[in-house]
Structure formats: structure tokens, C-alpha cells
Design a protein around this ligand. Structure first.
Ligand code: RP5
Length: 161
């Protein structure tokens, strides 16, 4: 997209089926984003370059997904002042998902990562849109109608009880 506000990054292409959900909801909410692979362990210099240039590129939020020894979100958060949302992924090298959850959640004081549920990329996208929507009224309106849609679905489901 021409003017991405959200950067979606992931440690491996194998994370894409999960992280695609963040891209899909951002598209639905009309938030411009970019998506790429940045590995903390396999491409550490690319990670530093990505995080350090994010603000100057115009990114306002980074969504970072990783599995197993999931250092990407925390390392990126340590290298930028824009908010980082971490998505723990139950990957092939993950024991049961808890390794990724705890690696992303248990950050040391001073370097927060907003951690969503295991494989919770859709919520990461919605949270990113909320952050953008705090200063962009069009995105806030899109979010409001998305939430209205959720409410309608619940109310519709009452008919089938
Ligand atoms: C992590 O290792 C990646 O984020 C991915 O979740 C996991 C496995 O990567 P691959 O071996 O599938 O490339 O760094």
C-alpha cells in the first residue's frame, strides 16, 4: 500500500497463515499496512534496520508475530518508540504455544509489548486500528461500524435459540 501506517512483520513465512488475519482485518477497516518477514535470529541486522526506520517511514504501529523462542516483538520494541503489538504463534518449533506467549508477554520493565492471545493476529489488527483510530476519525468510524456488526451478529443469533 502507498502510505502504510501499520507494519506487519513475522519471523518466518510459516507464520503467514496466522499473520494474514491481521492483514485481512486491517484491509476491512481500511487501514494501510505493509507486510514482510523479519527474523530476530536469522536476519538480526534487517530487524534493527526495520525497527529503527519504522517511525521515519510513517509507521505508527508495528504488529510482530513469532513462534517458539519469540524474541522479535520485544527486540523490535526495544529499538523503536512506536507501539509494538506481539502475536505469539504456535509454530512447528513451539512446545505448546506457552513458550511464544511467555517470551512475548514477560517483557522487562521499560520495554512493553502489547501481547494478544496465541495466534490472535486478528485482534492485533483490531488493536492497531484502534491506536490509529485514536487520532484518525475515519478509522474510528470504520471500527465503530465493525463493532456494531459484532453486536448485530449476537442479537441475530438470539433468534435461533
Ligand atoms: C520463529 O520460528 C518463527 O517466527 C516461526 O514461528 C518459527 C519457526 O520458523 P520456521 O522454522 O518455520 O521458519 O522464529
Amino acid at each position: 500500500m502507498s502510505d502504510p501506517k501499520v507494519g506487519i512483520i513475522m519471523g518466518s513465512k510459516s507464520d503467514l497463515p496466522v499473520m494474514q488475519e491481521a492483514a485481512d482485518i486491517l484491509k476491512e477497516l481500511q487501514v494501510d499496512f505493509e507486510l514482510t518477514i523479519v527474523s530476530a535470529h536469522r536476519t538480526p541486522h534487517r530487524m534493527v534496520e526495520y525497527a529503527e526506520s519504522a517511525r521515519d517511514k510513517g509507521l505508527q504501529v508495528i504488529i510482530a508475530g513469532a513462534g517458539g523462542a519469540a524474541h522479535l516483538p520485544g527486540m523490535v520494541a526495544s529499538l523503536t518508540t512506536i507501539p509494538v503489538i506481539g502475536v505469539p504463534i504456535k509454530s512447528s518449533n513451539s512446545i505448546d504455544g506457552w513458550d511464544s506467549i511467555l517470551s512475548i508477554l514477560q517483557m522487562p520493565g521499560g520495554i512493553p509489548v502489547a501481547t494478544v492471545a496465541l495466534n490472535g493476529a486478528k485482534n492485533a489488527g483490531i488493536l492497531a486500528a484502534s491506536i490509529i483510530g485514536s487520532t484518525d476519525s475515519n478509522i474510528a468510524k470504520n471500527l465503530a461500524s465493525y463493532k456494531e456488526g459484532l453486536k448485530e451478529k449476537v442479537l441475530d443469533s438470539l433468534k435461533d435459540l
